[in-house]
Design a protein around this ligand. Sequence first.
Ligand code: ZN
Length: 76
Amino acid sequence: MKCPLCKGTMGKSKTNLPYEIGEEYLVVVKGVPALVCKQCGEPFVEIAELRVVEKIVDSAKKDGITLGIVKYKEAA
Ligand SMILES: [Zn+2]
């Protein structure tokens, strides 16, 4: 696939996804599998990975984490 911004080549890589909800809540999910543009660095995360990220953010919320960094893991 080509980069939607610059049409550069995308390669498999990892990215960090910040999740911000309101003013009180910010969790960064680290090491999310993504396609990253080799030219401009734009990350593209697929729906399947986004669903996992949402679950990770949900369980972090349940653990009472409102500010922090959590690692991506498939089994979340
Ligand atoms: Zn690009």
